[in-house]
Design a protein around this ligand. Structure first.
Ligand SMILES: *Cc1c(COP(=O)(O)O)cnc(C)c1O
Length: 464
């Protein structure tokens, strides 16, 4: 019987630091070169300055931080990262990172299984979702050299930027009233024959909207286009897809049929920054990484990650941290899935309260764990001014009473599509957005809602 308790880094740090120190000693003692020596009290004073300067941050770790996609890694990941960083292996090559290359193979296999990719997939961790997406789009360009990529207008800006880097055209597809790619628009653009790859986002960065992937794949196949799935944010919701909306679940299951997929363990995988991942359904794309090598070479057990990635040096510590984390929170509904379920519950709960509020209104129902809402007002200028004031004022309080939110810029058609009738006296209007990534937040929603609603009431009254 496991005995679960709250885990703190302080409880783990000594164990890993002394284990690695003991391992080092077995190679024989040596002294640090004088050039690397320093005065201990001065080092301590610099670190004291550092921790003082770190006060200048928002409390990303606290349930009251309900703004952007930010939270600290799990202490298990931190302890594993520290242990590995003391050795600092480089997963570019097996020689540079022996143990961590093996750990990375295991976690990549786990990620591939989560998405339903075959055992013959190809994939690796990356420093970020940006490089992971770049890599997938680069492979797409090699396969369809003169064709465009198509992405939804709500997709991450990285796709248009990377299309520029790759010197291929990017075509933006309109979204519907839920922020999902419109299939009729996509069909029209595919019919031009100019699209080589469709990028579907499962969990847009702004609204957490899920593009209709299952239908996108059917359409894309009719025109011979590849399908790349950007689930940098939403990928781990695969674990609880059955508990999401039925349509959303159907699109998550379709990831198995896509050509490539990206997920960021540094977003919803409890990891520190520096951990993205890209996976390819078909191992034969490995030929683009090393032109003079036959396909079988890449399936061999002695593959160096450097032979199948664009990046060169890459932290073995990232692989170790993810590996240890997945041992404790496996890629199952009850493992890491329950961490995502907490935030999902929080979003559903807050959406309900917002729908019932007399002063606030949700922009749309959340598909994942991101809620968007605005003050009930009649004009763009009032929505914008009140939202901005709520955003600023909620953070201006003694620390233990601060609430941190984010804003989101809406264009007129976004309101029109969702049936909002607002007088358009400005080009755009800011609304409020909260990413509920911390499972603890499922117990904080009444508190968050009351704070925001009270402020909204005051501000609406002041403007009248
Ligand atoms: C965060 C995100 C990215 C970019 O990933 P980074 O890890 O920040 O480089 C790309 N696409 C989506 C959907 C994202 O949410």
């Amino acid at each position: 019987m496991e005995n679960k308790q709250e885990i703190r880094l302080a409880d783990l740090a000594d164990q890993v630091i002394s284990a690695v120190d003991r391992m080092k000693e077995t190679y024989g003692d040596f002294a640090a070169h004088p050039s690397q020596q320093a005065d201990l009290s001065r080092v301590r004073s610099v670190l004291e300055d550092l921790t003082t300067r770190l006060e200048d941050n928002f409390p990303y770790f606290h349930p009251h931080y309900a703004g952007q996609m930010l939270k600290p890694p799990h202490p298990v990941a931190m302890a594993a990262y520290i242990a590995t960083m003391m050795i600092n292996p480089n997963n570019h090559s097996i020689d540079g990172g022996r143990a961590t290359t093996m750990l990375e193979r295991e976690v990549v296999k786990d990620l591939a299984r989560m998405f339903g990719y075959p055992d013959t997939h190809l994939g690796h961790l990356t420093w970020s979702g940006t490089t992971a997406n770049l890599e997938a789009l680069w492979v797409s360009r090699e396969i369809n050299p003169d064709l465009a990529i198509a992405h939804s207008e709500d997709s991450h800006y990285t796709h248009t930027r990377m299309a520029e880097v790759l010197n291929i055209p990017a075509i933006s597809i309109a979204t519907d009233e839920f922020g999902r790619m419109r299939l009729d628009e996509l069909a029209e653009k595919l019919a031009t024959g100019k699209i080589g790859t469709v990028v579907a986002t499962l969990g847009t960065t702004g609204l957490g909207a899920v593009d209709p992937l299952a239908d996108i794949i059917t359409l894309a196949r009719q025109y011979g286009a590849r399908v790349h799935v950007d689930t940098a944010y939403g990928g781990f919701f695969t674990l609880i897809a059955d508990d999401l909306d039925e349509e959303t679940a159907r699109h998550y299951r379709a990831i198995a049929q896509s050509d490539s997929v990206v997920v960021d363990p540094h977003k919803h995988g409890l990891q520190p920054y520096g951990c993205g991942a890209v996976l390819f359904n078909d191992v034969s794309i490995g030929r683009f990484y090393k032109h003079d090598s036959p396909y079988t070479y890449f399936a061999s057990e002695d593959l160096h990650f450097g032979e199948i990635q664009l990046e060169c040096s890459r932290a073995g510590a990232s692989a170790a941290a993810l590996w240890a984390t997945l041992k404790i929170f496996p890629l199952t509904k009850d493992g890491l899935g329950s961490v995502l379920q907490g935030g999902r519950n929080a979003a559903v709960q807050w959406h309900k309260l917002l729908s019932e509020s007399e002063v606030l209104v949700p922009l749309q129902a959340p598909e994942l764990d991101i809620v968007t809402y605005l003050p009930r007002a009649s004009k763009f200028s009032s929505v914008d001014a009140i939202s901005q004031a709520i955003f600023e004022k909620s953070a201006q309080a003694p620390r233990d009473q601060q609430i941190h939110l984010a804003t989101y810029v809406m264009k007129p058609q976004g309101f029109v599509r969702r049936g909002f009738e607002l007088e358009q006296d400005r080009d755009t209007a800011r609304i409020l957005r909260s990413v509920l990534m911390k499972p603890e937040q499922e117990n904080w929603i009444p508190d968050l809602h009351t704070h925001v609603e009270t402020l909204a009431k005051q501000l609406i009254k002041e403007r009248k």
